[in-house]
Design a protein around this ligand. Structure first.
Ligand code: MCN
Ligand code: SMO
Length: 848
């Protein structure tokens, strides 16, 4: 059985994870190892007057003063208006968010280190905090970085002739959207253990990261060390989600303290630290105006995007990654001619923004997809039709869009058709129309039945039957349904027997993955990722070793890289060992982020394995007394055209141990190959998908249940369909968290209010629907094997699909939710407000 590309190979890494043999930073032990606890700022903005350490803790507490010579983290960009921030690993002079590290305390155990930390006395002079990003933009707002004239890390703009498009428009839709601050919440938080290797004279840092080589580069830069004197090892990593693709201040301070004390030191982030002090992301505000013709065809979009990026820029991607990505990606999968946009990356007294699965695109997709539905409602048409008609058509590929994004391949409208078929749009519309109204009429909010039976799950079993194919190569495309919706919407007030309203929503996106040098270069970053390298070796025992400087932290790259090598070398993945995450054992890579692992590391492994295959054939040809072109590799053997064969072990043994069996003119390049790779066109390859959700909303409580959820995706050639399904489930689960549950709240002084899982609500199995997933495979013309990335994709669309479904359900009540998470409190408040103001069909209600 092939274990190459396309095989549903069980994950190699699961063998150790399930048997308790995985090793995370928290599992490591070294002689004389001590633990670290941080003193963190209790205030969001303050001047540090003094830090007092009790005499008895001398030598156990370190502050910025001790860290002479260590550079603050400074993420540079050459973009015209960009202002870098200096982020000292331990606060110097001022603190700029509650939770900022002020002192590092060490002790034999974490509990003792926390006791030490509690006795450190901070004398702080509170300063006014700036918390709201729109307020922070106003002149006269308190400044996060006093030396700046304002609170703007960066502003960008795209110009387009919006005004003349507006004059031609039949409908103009104006909306304000908000997305909440969030955390990533991987199973394992940040964790770092640093020690000094006396023999090698090397700082060795074990850290829970997606980007070990980048951390090595960053640590040596800010600690002032030669890169050769630093080795970074990422052991098993319990999830990253973007949180771990940047240099963390704790990585610097713990490394420094280990060198200073000569003692191995470890810090493991606890949940409270995670929820309050480190992992903030996703907070956007949009003012968006869209113009369309009378059929809902998009003519122009104008957007003002404000991203609340917190106090400091992260290295190396800066605080501007989100807003730049948002501005460039808002048009998304749509064929749009006129686009005008301004973005603001605004500093506030909150933790600095870190990338999170989807980076900016969950926000832009939410804003754009709600806008598409608003246009459809304005022109009285089915949103799925309006959506599909506005997408870049398959015949236009490759397509360069209004912001210069180059879409490589795909059939975007087919994804809408696919999702529509899977979820059974017509059945949902019929059900909305045929449900019996509850006693008391459609908009009697106070008449919710005391005892309710739940809506039946959706779709009905019969409808489900024809949608369970695991893989559908050619999406059947129903004829566009351009019937006006009036007849349906008139009856949409009909409720389920339990009094709830059901609604259906779609959301389509295109995701730039594996973008390379040109893209990062254009962001003005001094450190430009692009190529990737891999080493593939036939070991003396005839097994294969793959080495990649990328990392596997849940997304399965350890397995899928083996599958690529398996495909090229004709040997099973069980005989391929993949080594990742250790800068001492792998070639340089900037790591796993931007959904680049499969395309980039996969491409490098493919190229190196192809070269190695050529060498194996040459060596085998000597043993088989034939020409290399008459040798093929399969089943772990080199097979001659005539039927004779030698095993990989024979080939390896001849080269390593019995070269006397090989002729004198043997190819001395050997059986170990390192190759570099980047796609032919490295502006990224575009994965896309349409998600669709059916929800039931209880107008009496504002609570939402997802009754059905489907994903129709296309990431080019799939290396491991089973892993991809896991990626989609996990990503969509996180996206549903974004849509309905997750919100990091701060009070007006910048105090975090959501510091435990009692306040920060994550979706669990009970809140998540069973999802159905289908794929199309439009190969990328630019990458090896036609692969595109997809690791982030599924997290992008859920907020759009779920909230469009909520708005569809609430349409009879004239309620429109434009803010996430769409919590029961928000939904109920919007319903009550709409009711109080007696809104009719024309009166649009927004979330308060
Ligand atoms: N894959 C495949 N065939 C393809 C594309 C991908 O089989 N055509 C599989 C590969 O196993 C690959 C994975 O899907 O490793 C994700 O693919 P890719 O898009 O190449 O992303 P990366 O490998 O670079 O992983 C990073 C990506 C990002 S950026 C975030 S954020 C994210 C994500 O992956 N974080 C994750 N998925 C995650 N999944 C888990 N479990 N944990 C995380 O922290
Ligand atoms: S947020 Mo993913 O690490 O690009």
């Amino acid at each position: 059985m092939s274990t190459g590309i396309g095989a549903r190979v069980p994950r190699k890494e699961d063998a150790r994870h399930l048997a308790g043999k995985a090793r995370f930073v928290g599992d490591l032990s070294f002689p004389r190892l001590w633990e670290v606890a941080f003193v963190r700022s209790p205030l969001a903005h303050a001047r540090i007057r003094s830090i007092t350490v009790p005499e008895r803790h001398a030598g156990r507490v370190f502050t910025a003063q001790d860290m002479e010579g260590v550079q603050p983290i400074r993420a540079e960009s050459s973009l015209p208006t960009y202002k870098p921030s200096d982020y000292p690993p331990l606060a110097r002079g001022k603190v700029r968010f509650a939770g900022e590290c002020v002192a590092l305390c060490i002790a034999p155990t974490r509990a003792e280190a926390e006791d030490v930390a509690e006795e450190v006395i901070l004398d702080l002079e509170a300063l006014p905090a700036v918390i709201d990003s729109l307020a922070a933009r106003r002149p006269g707002a308190p400044r996060v970085h006093e030396e700046w004239g304002d609170n703007l890390f960066l502003t960008t703009s795209v110009d387009g002739d919006f005004e003349s498009a507006r004059k031609r428009a039949a409908v103009v839709v104006e909306r304000e959207y908000r997305t909440a601050r969030q955390c990533m919440v991987p199973l394992e938080g940040k964790a770092v253990l640093a020690r000094h290797d006396e023999r090698k004279g090397q700082l060795v840092v074990y850290t829970s990261t997606q980007v070990p080589h980048l951390i090595r580069t960053g640590l040596s830069q800010f600690l002032g060390l030669d890169q050769a004197d630093v080795r970074v090892i990422a052991p098993d990593v319990g999830g990253g989600f973007g949180y771990k693709c940047v240099l963390q201040p704790e990585e610097i301070s713990v490394s420094w303290a280990a060198m200073r004390t000569g003692r191995p030191l470890r810090w493991v982030e606890d949940r409270r630290e995670h929820l309050t002090a480190g992992a903030n992301t996703r907070q956007h505000h949009y003012r968006l105006t869209a113009c369309a013709d009378e059929h809902g065809r998009l003519l122009a979009v104008d957007a003002e995007i404000t991203v609340d990026v917190g106090a400091y820029s992260v290295w190396p991607f800066t605080a501007c990654l989100e807003a730049s990505q948002a501005g460039g990606n808002l048009p998304g999968p749509y064929a749009l001619d006129v686009y005008r946009c301004k973005t603001y990356s605004v500093a506030t007294n909150k933790p600095g923004f870190t990338p999170y699965r989807g980076v900016a695109r969950p926000g832009v997709c939410f804003a754009m997809e709600l806008t598409i539905d608003a246009i459809a409602r304005a022109v009285g048409r089915e949103p799925a039709d309006v959506r599909a008609e506005n997408l870049v058509p398959a015949g236009a590929m490759p397509y360069t869009n209004v912001t210069g994004k180059h879409y490589d391949s795909g059939d975007y409208p087919a994804s809408v058709a696919g999702a529509r078929r899977m979820i059974g749009l017509d059945a949902v519309r019929a059900r909305q129309g045929r449900s019996l109204p509850p006693p008391g009429g459609a908009d009697r909010l106070d008449a919710a039945p005391a005892c309710r039976s739940r809506s039946r799950p959706f779709p009905e079993p019969a409808a489900r039957l024809d949608t369970t194919h695991a893989h559908q190569d050619h999406a059947e495309r129903p004829a566009p349904d351009s019937r006006r919706l009036d007849a349906v919407s008139a009856r949409q007030g009909a409720r389920e027997p339990d009094g709830r309203l059901i609604g259906i929503g779609f959301s389509t996106f295109t995701e730039q993955t594996a973008h390379g040098t040109r893209v990062f270069g254009a962001w003005g970053l001094p450190l430009v990722p692009g190529y990737e390298q891999a080493t593939v070796k036939l070991a003396p025992s005839g097994t294969v070793e793959v080495r990649s400087g990328n990392h596997s932290f849940g997304q399965g790259l350890e397995t899928t890289l083996a599958q690529i090598a398996s495909e090229q070398l004709g040997i099973g993945v069980d005989r391929i060992r993949v080594t990742m995450g250790d800068t001492g054992e792998t070639p340089y890579s900037t790591g796993a982020y931007a959904s680049r692992g499969m395309v980039m590391a996969g491409g490098a492994v493919s190229k190196a394995a192809e070269s190695l295959a050529g060498r194996i054939r040459k060596h085998a040809a000597h043993l088989l007394q034939t020409g290399a072109d008459r040798v093929s590799l399969a089943g772990g053997q080199a097979n001659a055209a005539g039927g004779a064969s030698v095993s990989f072990e024979d080939v390896a043994r001849a080269w390593y141990l019995r070269p006397d069996q090989l002729p004198d003119d043997v190819d001395t390049q050997g059986l170990e190959v390192t190759e570099g790779y980047k796609p032919e066109v490295d502006t990224g390859v575009f994965t896309y998908a349409t998600h669709a959700a059916v929800v039931a909303v209880d107008p009496a409580t504002g609570s939402v249940e997802i009754l059905d959820y489907v994903l129709f995706e296309d990431c080019g050639r799939r290396v491991n369909p089973m892993i991809l399904e896991g990626q989609s489930y996990g990503g969509a689960a996180q996206g549903i968290g974004t849509a309905l549950f997750e919100e990091s709240l701060y009070d007006e002084n910048g105090q975090p209010l959501t510091s435990t899982f009692a306040d920060y609500v994550l979706p669990g199995p009970a809140e998540l629907p069973a999802m159905r997933i289908e794929h199309l495979e439009s190969l990328s013309p630019y990458t090896r094997h036609g692969i595109k990335g997809i690791g982030e994709g599924a997290a992008i669309a859920p907020a759009g699909a779920v909230v469009n479904a909520i708005n569809d359900a609430l349409r009879p009540l004239n309620v429109e939710i434009n803010e996430i998470p769409a919590t029961p409190r928000r939904i109920l408040a919007a319903i009550l407000e709409a009711k109080a103001s007696g809104a009719n069909e024309d009166g649009r209600r927004r979330t308060p």
